[in-house]
Every structure is written in C-alpha cells, then in structure tokens.
Design a protein around this ligand. Structure first.
Ligand code: ADP
Ligand code: ADP
Ligand code: ZN
Length: 222
C-alpha cells in the first residue's frame, strides 16, 4: 500500500496522471478540488463557503480541506492513496502527516510535476472534461478519439470549469508560488521529493512516474 502526493501548479497534469494510476494500479485518488466542486454543486455548507473563493482562484481554508481528506481516508480501506491537489500549504502538509499517522499510514513519495508557466496557461485554458464520467480532455493535446463523444462512457456532454480562464489562472499560479511551493523544503528534509519533467507528453510523464513508484517496490521487496 503506497501513499503518494502529486504536487504541481494548476494545469501541471496531476489529475491526468492520477487517473492513470487509478486505472493502472487500483489506487484511490483523493482530489480536494473534485471534493470541493461536488460540495459546491450540491450546495452543502462547505460548498457555500468555498464557491466564491474557488471562483477567485484563491485557496479554501486549511481546516475545510483537511477535514474533507480525513473523512475520505476513513473509507480508503487497503488501497494506496494518491493525494491530488492536497496539501497546498505547510499547515495542510502537517495536518496530512497527522491524519496518516493516526491511520497507520505514511507517505512514500512526493512527486513534483514541473511545468513552465506559459504551458500551464495553455493547458488550463484548453481543458475540458466529460460531464458524465469526469475523464479529462484538452482542445489541442487530448481530444476525444471521436469528436464530441467521450472515449470512456460515450457521453456527448462536456464541461469547462468556471475558474479555467486566463485571469483566474494567474491568481492560482501566484497562490501556488506563494503558499504551495514552500512545502517543498518540508518534504525535502525527509528526502521524499521526486521531480518529474511535466513538459513532456502525457505518456512520457506517466512512464517517469511509474519508474519512481516501481523503483521503491524493488527496494521494499529486497
Ligand atoms: P487544479 O487542478 O487546477 O490544480 P484544483 O481542482 O485542484 O485545481 O482546485 C481548484 C480550486 O479548489 C483551487 O483553486 C482552490 O480554490 C480550491 N482547492 C482545491 N484544493 C485545495 C486545497 N488543498 N487547499 C485550498 N484550496 C483548494
Ligand atoms: P491539474 O490536475 O494538475 O490541474 P490536468 O491533469 O487537469 O492538470 O491537466 C490540465 C490540462 O492539460 C488537461 O486538459 C490535460 O488534458 C492536459 N494535459 C495534462 N498533461 C499533459 C501533458 N503532459 N501534455 C499536454 N497536455 C497535458
Ligand atoms: Zn465520459
């Protein structure tokens, strides 16, 4: 049971790579962004608090997102977990360590996906997803095999996130540099960080992440 964090700026490819790990390895993806969007869509108290903050591209409070992760971890069973978009602050990183320790888990890797700023803006402004199953696509980089039809579930409904516009992206990137990047030293002290070049194709990034995860399996098996 391996537990990993996918760290990287908005649009780096965290969700795309997490989906591949879920399909390929049966891991469980815990995305605070997805959880918050569900809360907004169903109008829960958390959703009501988070909506405007998310639309502005700012960060939702540490207490809210840490509580969401704690709830989901309780039903994770034996599956290895991919933390996607969490933690995003030093306080969240500390909360995660506590939540894991309480459940007899710990982090194996923090995979940092590095992508240049111009590429991030292009990835985010072209992003869309299946409204029915959530599979992610891109106008230029990952179109459905048949135009207008989801590869996975054949739905013809797609959606774009309200915060995926150029102006909000700039705020989200600034939040990342100011609040999320400072987590790296916290994990580096424990030699958990594995840097992956996220400028490559989806398949090449996936191969590099696989290499990270498989190398540690060898060490453990020895
Ligand atoms: P992206 O995939 O572009 O990185 P996410 O879907 O992870 O974006 O997050 C969308 C928004 O949800 C963020 O801009 C932020 O407002 C909120 N959010 C998601 N995860 C967190 C978190 N761990 N801490 C605070 N806010 C979060
Ligand atoms: P994040 O979860 O980090 O915000 P996503 O996985 O949603 O990022 O990816 C953002 C957009 O970029 C999506 O439209 C996705 O299809 C596309 N994308 C992801 N990885 C790559 C890549 N390596 N090369 C080109 N486009 C990519
Ligand atoms: Zn679909």
């Amino acid at each position: 049971m391996m537990n990993i964090v996918l760290l990287g700026p908005p649009g780096a490819g965290k969700g795309t790579q997490a989906q591949r790990l879920v399909n390929g390895r049966g891991m469980l993806q815990l995305s605070t962004g997805d959880m918050l969007r569900e809360a907004v869509a169903s109008g829960t108290p958390v959703g009501l608090k988070a909506k405007a903050v998310m639309e502005a591209g700012e960060l939702v409070s540490d207490a809210i997102v840490s509580a969401l992760i704690g709830e989901r971890l309780d039903s994770a069973g034996d599956a290895g977990v991919i933390f996607d978009g969490f933690p995003r602050t030093r306080a969240q990183a500390e909360a995660l360590d506590l939540l894991l320790a309480e459940r007899g888990r710990s982090l194996d890797h923090v995979v940092e996906i590095c992508v240049e700023e111009d590429a991030l803006v292009e990835r985010i402004t072209g992003r869309f997803s299946c409204a029915s199953c959530g599979t992610g696509y891109h106008d230029r980089f990952k179109q459905p095999r048949q135009e207008g039809v989801c590869d996975v579930c054949s739905s013809t409904d797609f959606c774009r996130r309200p915060d995926d516009n150029e102006q909000t992206v700039r705020t989200r990137l600034a939040e990342y540099r100011r609040k999320t990047e400072p987590i790296l030293p916290y994990y580096n002290e424990r030699t958990l960080v594995r840097r992956v070049d996220g400028m490559r194709s989806v398949d090449e990034v996936a191969a590099r992440i696989d290499a990270v995860l498989d190398s540690s399996e060898l060490v453990r098996g020895a």
